[in-house]
Design a protein around this ligand. Structure first.
Ligand SMILES: [Fe+2]
Length: 256
């Protein structure tokens, strides 16, 4: 079985669109629908027919393109059962632990409350692929609009438990600004310092910094490193719980 083709592109201000395509079956999925016109153009350029829309959460910059894409292609539109009242047009709702088929691969649904209360991520184990929406970002995590630090910490812990080689696609290009914060709380992290050089270079050339991997994030993302002695020492929180460290990091980032 050949790997799925992945088309990642920028749209809106700093959103990413991602289209998954299987040349064998023709099955084609868009992860979220940030911009219907841009997604339609990418599909037409590829000569692809949209068969699935996979929705991570209800925020307008992720759902606004649903209506236009549904009208043209009538795809199956799969999204979180917990947000069905907030996402118009879903044809199928899913919850934590559900699995469905895309192009002969299984897609596992992981509930990741925190950014929104019903946020879900899509994990394709056979492809080592995670679509993390606005839960996990490269060097950061989503803001807590609807959930508690406990919620988000638990959600991130579940994603961090996936295999290190898992490729992670996220909803936004926030890596550089996340990294500028990360170095203030984890200044002795050599892997982070090296990664920042690469990120600055990529951004200077107008290139995306994603996908990342779970292994990479565990080494460099402060929100996944709440147990790290050096980071804790820097925060003066050696004796605090992981959730307390996480909450402090999130507070600092919100003010950064
Ligand atoms: Fe969002």
């Amino acid at each position: 079985m050949t790997r799925l083709m992945i088309d990642q592109f920028s749209c809106r201000q700093d959103n990413f669109g991602v289209i998954l395509h299987d040349p064998l079956t023709g099955d084609t999925a868009s992860i979220d629908a940030p911009d219907g016109a841009v997604i339609a153009r990418r599909l037409e350029e590829g000569g692809w027919r949209l068969t699935h829309l996979l929705m991570t959460h209800h925020h307008p910059d992720h759902v606004e393109g649903i209506a236009a894409l549904a009208e043209t292609w009538s795809p199956e539109i799969i999204g979180p059962d917990a947000e069905k009242a907030k996402i118009a047009g879903l044809t199928r709702t899913v919850s934590d632990g559900d699995t469905f088929d895309f192009a002969g691969r299984s897609v596992n649904v992981i509930a990741t409350p925190g950014h929104t209360s019903g946020h879900i991520c899509f994990y394709l184990p056979e492809e080592d692929l995670l679509f993390a929406g606005d839960t996990l970002f490269a060097l950061g995590c989503g803001r807590l609009f609807e959930g508690s630090p406990e919620d988000m910490f638990g959600s991130l812990a579940r994603l961090a438990a996936l295999p290190d080689q898992t490729r992670v696609y996220c909803g936004h290009e926030y890596t550089q600004s996340n990294g500028r914060f990360a170095v203030t709380v984890d200044p002795d992290n050599q892997a982070l310092a090296e990664r920042m050089k690469e990120i600055d270079d990529l951004r200077a050339r107008g290139l995306p910094t994603l996908p990342t991997t779970i292994g990479f994030e565990k080494r460099t993302n402060p929100f996944l490193r709440t147990g790290d002695p050096s980071l804790r020492k820097h925060l003066g929180m050696e004796a605090a719980s992981d959730i307390e460290v996480f909450a402090e990091l999130r507070r600092r980032k919100d003010r950064f």
